[in-house]
Design a protein around this ligand. Structure first.
Ligand SMILES: [Fe+2]
Length: 342
């Protein structure tokens, strides 16, 4: 008879504590200290054939002069109105018509662009003109001024990723608009980007902030050349990490990018990690099994590997290339990287 009495007494004690804004650890211990990560989102895929028509429609719906950016964010349904792709990363496609200028701004969120159909686009980053040729990766490091322009005679689309969800989770995001009438912003040349465009060479005296890569443009041609000769990694894929040439580490403290080439009919080993990954299919066709889902994918599809989900990939009908954007470097800084392979 003493047990129920103690339980009732315990319940009333807990509610009294809660009224005093004190919570006992003992009745919620497992929630406070889970035994492993449990992503709120399931693996998800956005097929290019379904996304592309909406990008074209967006051009007719909104003028670039009336909005900050003409981008469609891939929003995972698990996050409802939060507008995020994984718990920490945003992925999107941006569309610009000839002559469109996406006005300058800066923010504490780190962002990247990967040029899918962007030949003729230019991103200005911190006073440097960065062209966007097929497969180029362009960084816009935290608080760097940046704007985009379509100088071609055709519509341009590129892939974007950023980490605003991570920064909003710790409420550390700042945003500053630039002056849309400032023509001088666009009248720049490559500037100091040329100091960092020669692989394996660093100019003595070139100044840099080691936190973020001083190199903003990673040429797609160079990535493809290295993928062609890179040895297979532990999971079987040929993988390249984009690095800060001054440190050899990730390109930015909170965004970490990779390119991978998959062999035909040779699935990679199953791998899982504590960080999140968004994959863009750069070329080819293939299949990925992530958690309990299997996705068939082709060029410019985007899919997610939410943290601590097992994932494996394989190409079909020839090789396939993936671009992967992750928050691994943020997890490295927090000493929270854990990776496993089967
Ligand atoms: Fe931006």
């Amino acid at each position: 008879m003493t047990e129920p009495a103690r339980a009732i007494q315990g319940t009333s004690f807990v509610s009294e504590l809660e009224q005093r804004h004190l919570h006992p650890l003992w009745d919620r211990y497992q929630r406070i200290t889970p035994i492993k990560p449990q992503a709120a989102d399931t693996p998800f895929i956005w097929h290019w054939r379904e996304v592309e028509p909406y990008l074209h429609r967006s051009v007719g719906e909104v003028s670039i002069n009336d909005i900050e950016r003409r981008a469609l964010i891939m929003a995972h349904p698990a996050f409802g109105q939060e507008t995020t792709t994984t718990s920490t990363l945003l992925a999107a496609f941006t569309v610009l018509d000839p002559g469109d200028r996406a006005r300058p701004h800066r923010h504490t969120g780190a962002a990247i662009r990967f040029a899918t159909r962007a030949e003729g686009a230019v991103t200005i980053v911190n006073g440097r003109r960065c062209e966007m040729k097929t497969g180029d990766l362009i960084l816009t490091p935290p608080m760097g001024w940046h704007g985009h322009i379509n100088e071609s005679d055709h519509r341009i689309i590129w892939f974007d990723a950023a980490n605003m969800p991570l920064i909003r989770a710790v409420d550390a995001h700042f945003f500053e608009p630039g002056d849309p009438r400032n023509n001088a912003f666009w009248q720049v040349d490559e500037g100091e980007e040329s100091l960092w465009s020669e692989a394996g060479l660093i100019a003595q005296g070139a100044t840099h902030n080691a936190m973020n890569s001083p190199k903003y443009r990673y040429c797609g041609e160079a990535t493809r050349r290295l993928l062609a000769c890179a040895p297979p990694g532990p999971d079987g894929a040929r993988t390249i990490r984009y690095v800060n040439p001054a440190t050899g580490g990730a390109v930015m403290p909170t965004l970490d990018c990779y390119a991978a080439r998959l062999n035909r009919d040779a699935p990679t080993r199953m791998k899982r990690a504590t960080y999140n990954v968004v994959c863009l299919v750069v070329a080819g066709e293939g299949r990925s099994t992530i958690g309990e889902k299997t996705f068939e994918w082709s060029q410019h599809d985007v899919f997610t590997i939410p943290h601590w989900n097992w994932a494996r990939h394989e190409a079909k009908a020839g090789e396939a290339d993936l671009f992967m954007v992750t928050d691994k470097s943020a997890f490295e800084r927090l000493d929270l990287v854990r990776e496993e392979m089967q």
